[in-house]
Design a protein around this ligand. Sequence first.
Ligand code: DAH
Length: 315
Amino acid sequence: MQEQIKNINTLEELQALYTATFGKNGTMTARLKEMKNLDNDARAALNLENQTLRELFKTRQTEIENAVLMASLSKQKLDMSLNPMPENRGTLHPLTQSLTEIASILESFGYTMYTGPQVEDDWHNFTALNTPAHHPARDMQDTFFLPNGNVLRTQTSAIQIRAMERDGVPIKMFGIGSTYRKEMDATHSPMFHQIEGLYINKNITMSDLVADIRAFLSRFFEMDNVELRIRPSYFPFTDPSIEVDLKWQGGKWLEIMGAGMVHPNVLRNCGIDPNVYQGFAFGFGWDRLAMLKYGLNDIRQFYDNDVRWLSHTGF
Ligand code: DAH
């Protein structure tokens, strides 16, 4: 019997022999039933045999199970040449990335970041900015009006009003945020972003303005010394007003921002005496600056949130 157990190679055969031995009608079961008729020595021998056989079955079962496992493992192949699963790493949105750069430059010049509401009242978006009702300059911006007379902010200039009203002067701030106008093509989106700078103090002049713009653009575009063209322009909230062009690759001039000396009416509207304080403001398209820096040509891609495009911008 012991030899027989050791020669069995499948769990099924082992189970069959086990049942034939220890099952209800098994040979050992029958012998154990007759144990009471045996003398002490014979009983002890039978007990030992019973014990030994059970252990043998158990040992053989483990051996067969291990052999089955090893056989199946040796058949399985682990293909180490397979490429690992792609790692989906996040990237910063180009606007976020450019904001980080813009903010760190302006902050290093002493400007503090402000935000404001996207739904603005008429006062902050227009009137306080020296653009009263029926002022022709309101037509420069295709405004989204809400039924209650509020507007979707058309310009971050509204933030400079809130900043001066709240914190007074002297003030050196920049406002960032989304702005809205009814326009849509490759370079215009109904929602876009602007950044606005403002510095009000005593004895601030136009050359302070040009110096900061020049330093900012040089740092942002990583150019040694940017070439600028300052053109006279018109904005209701600045006087004099200028438009700044930047000399780009290939000698092309790009219109890059509007700016000027803050109009005395704007200061008065914020409770500031224009005979004591003066200053400048400038405003530019944040999306546009990012597009130029990273060589992108369609503003709408910023907002499509196509992950393939976003990850290929790869900043
Ligand atoms: N708010 C102007 C616009 O949206 C941009 C601008 C021009 C802002 C001149 C200024 C400025 O602060 O001084 O077109």
